[in-house]
Design a protein around this ligand. Structure first.
Ligand code: SF4
Length: 394
């Protein structure tokens, strides 16, 4: 049977993998080619991109929108992003809460307070303790729960997750995990138990920078981590969360690499929804030299808007790492999901209040204060818009 050139191209694309895509586009190491392209973008290029219909991705389009030249067009980008987000998602913001179940970790990520070489009190929640914290979260009204852990496979095992998910399902309509990468069979098991979303940040797509920050443990393997989204998407996870740790490498080229990953996953696993998160190392006195690529507020906004203008249907997630004023400002531009009232230590909601936090939160408002802010801007705060039983459909 003859295939049209477009279909043949599409099939070729599906046979590619994320390694070859990043390597062929020169985004997994030496990115000089892209830096040159970004620096050569002109005002006319930006105006041309903003004059065409928003929501479609190409590497060239995204490069224009994240370029230094586009910094002068944030207002126009914001208007288009706002319009597009309302068209696709309505005036709604989904709320979720993280539940840390263990801060034990066998990795040595230089930037993280849970790094195994750091001497901090370690806490693992028993199923009963995790359920006690989940009760506090459910009582606030949340129906979306994100289970978070360090790489602690011995304790936070597939069995542990399945047992916990089985007990949480009655209270939460949607459960996701942000833990260590698993095998496809393990992802299938936890999916059957009711966990239907996985967030896994590559941290940086720059292979050389990755090696610099991930010193030991399974996470030091760049390629294995890069393949993990294929494993959970193949297992049937409905929600795929991607992100880079902003501060490790140049944000503009990181955005291009993450977008390539997203496009590849969206095409191959079209039933799943891809979301972007924006964990940012924030500026503080004396840390500029430690983090050579700190991202300013304006640049982070540009990154989020540019991604929205290329991916009309992608989720855009903003956590309590960011302060209240910044979150309020972005909420009605492109964001679809906010966390609220978060505790970033295991047991932080009540069962073990003294355990070490992974990072300090910057927005300490209660979930209801955040919901009130959302309503005050004419949006609806959605505590639940998905039910795990829907996973059986389609
Ligand atoms: S970032 Fe994650 S994997 Fe790395 S040390 Fe921290 S908890 Fe462990």
């Amino acid at each position: 049977m003859n295939k049209s050139p477009a279909r043949a191209k599409e099939l070729m694309r599906l046979q590619e993998n994320i390694h070859s895509i990043l390597s062929e586009s020169q985004l997994d190491k030496d990115r000089k080619r892209w830096t040159d392209i970004l620096n050569s973008v002109t005002d006319q290029d930006v105006e041309r991109e903003l004059s065409i219909s928003a929501g479609k991705f190409s590497p060239e389009r995204l490069a224009v929108l994240v370029s230094p030249a586009a910094e002068d067009y944030l207002e126009q980008m914001a208007q288009q992003a706002r319009q597009l987000t309302i068209q696709r998602f309505g005036r709604t913001i989904q709320l979720y809460a993280p539940l840390y179940v263990s801060n034990v970790c066998i990795n040595r990520c230089k930037y993280c307070g849970y790094n195994e070489s750091i001497d901090v009190p370690r806490t693992r929640l028993t199923i009963e303790q995790a359920l006690a914290d989940a009760d506090v979260i459910a009582a606030e009204g949340f129906r979306h729960l994100l289970l978070v852990s360090g790489e602690d496979k011995k304790f936070v095992s597939t069995d542990y997750l399945c047992e916990l998910a089985g007990k949480l399902r009655a209270k939460f309509s949607s459960l996701s995990i942000e833990i260590y990468p698993m095998t496809q069979a393990e992802y299938s098991s936890v999916l059957s138990a009711g966990i239907d979303g996985v967030t896994l940040y590559q941290e940086t797509y720059d292979r050389d920078v990755y090696a610099e920050y991930h010193l030991a443990g399974p996470k030091a393997d760049y390629d294995s981590r890069l393949e993990a989204p294929d494993r959970f998407a193949s297992a049937g996870m409905r929600r795929i969360g991607l992100g880079v740790l902003l501060g490790l490498a140049d944000w503009r080229t990181e955005t291009l690499a993450m977008a390539q990953h997203a496009e590849y996953l969206m095409k191959k696993y079209w039933r799943s929804q891809v979301s972007f998160s924006f964990p940012r190392i924030r500026p503080a006195t004396n840390i500029q030299s430690q983090w050579p690529h700190l991202v300013s507020d304006a640049n982070m906004v540009q990154m989020m808007l540019a991604l929205r203008l290329c991916f009309a249907d992608a989720g855009i997630v903003l956590s309590t790492r960011e302060n209240a004023a910044f979150r309020d400002h972005l909420m009605n531009l492109c964001v679809t999901r906010l966390s609220a009232g978060s505790k970033t230590n295991p047991g932080g909601y009540g069962s073990e209040k003294d355990a070490a936090e992974q990072f300090q939160i910057a927005d300490d408002r209660t979930p209801h204060e955040v919901a009130e802010m959302i309503r005050s801007k004419g949006y609806e705060a959605v505590w639940k818009d998905w039910d795990v039983s829907f996973n059986k459909l389609g």
